[in-house]
Design a protein around this ligand. Structure first.
Ligand SMILES: C[S@@+](CC[C@H](N)C(=O)[O-])C[C@H]1O[C@@H](n2cnc3c(N)ncnc32)[C@H](O)[C@@H]1O
Length: 256
């Protein structure tokens, strides 16, 4: 059996919207089904907090202002993992509404527990495939920022089709950004970095705002609607210990 044939893996918990979930789903996905336990304390926090701050991915259009209970610029983070960076950014950026999207429940449960413990008000979470979220739940020109920190690199050539950041994904993300909105990507994988530069820089709706995207960050840093800085993520911490070089990509949605 192909180790990445998610549809055949019946041992992992179904992902909303995926095979074994609640509808037929033919697309190759950027994630593999993973098993992982949620501790009783995290499950308790989940049961208390998820109904208010979390939703399974669906076809329903998202009314973010109603969900957050306030109107504020909206940022999504794709593949937020255990949410180390998500929580830190939400606390540093109380002026933004942040949505973390992740397929892996144990990661989300860790973040849910932290949100409750630290009383973080400006995070909401979606469980499922971020491509579905962008296609079906998010309106065009409604996002001030999109963050993708350390997407799975799928290093083998035969798995490159599973990489999240395909030309189509760049185009989709760009349509969801407001004019001037920012796409921030980081990777520690040299080959994926080349791929991201190639396809991201080829997307006509995006302009480069830092060196790897062919732009001058000083020309944009003060005008951009979100900051270009970010805290270290959990995954990155592992990579830094292993000595990997990290590439940051910042693009802006064209304003014409
Ligand atoms: C390498 S981890 C990085 C996690 C986190 N950003 C960090 O830096 O610690 C990539 C994460 O993306 C998630 N992921 C991959 N494809 C996804 C998709 N299409 N929608 C939502 N999450 C996805 C995976 O489940 C995984 O948790």
């Amino acid at each position: 059996m192909d180790a990445v044939n998610d549809a055949a893996n019946h041992t992992a918990e179904p992902v909303p919207g995926q095979p074994g979930g609640n509808r037929l789903y033919p697309r190759v996905t950027s994630f593999r089904a993973r098993r992982g336990a949620v501790s009783p304390a995290r499950q308790d926090a989940w049961d208390r907090v998820w109904p208010r701050i979390g939703k399974d991915v669906s076809d329903e259009k998202l009314d973010a202002d109603a969900w957050f209970g306030r109107s504020a610029p909206l940022i999504i983070e794709i593949g937020c993992g255990t949410g180390t960076a998500t929580a830190a950014m939400a606390q540093a950026e109380p002026q933004f509404n942040l949505i973390g999207i992740e397929v892996y429940k144990p990661g989300l449960a860790q973040l849910v527990q932290r949100v409750e413990r630290e009383g973080i008000e400006n995070i909401r979470l979606l469980r499922g495939d971020a491509v579905d979220v962008l296609e079906n739940m998010i309106a065009p020109e409604s996002l001030t920022g999109v963050r993708v920190f350390f997407p799975d690199p799928w290093p083998k050539a035969r798995h490159h089709k599973r990489r999240l950041l395909q030309p189509e994904t760049f185009a989709l993300i760009a349509t969801r950004l407001i004019p001037g909105g920012v796409l921030h990507v980081a990777t520690d994988h040299a080959d994926y970095a080349e791929w991201i530069a190639l396809y991201g820089n080829a997307e006509p709706q995006l302009i480069g705002m830092n060196e790897p995207t062919g732009g001058d960050p000083e020309a944009y840093r003060t005008k951009a609607p979100i900051g270009f800085e970010r805290p270290i993520t959990k995954f990155e911490n592992k990579g830094l210990r292993a000595g990997s070089a990290i590439t940051e990509f910042i693009w802006g949605k064209i304003e014409s």
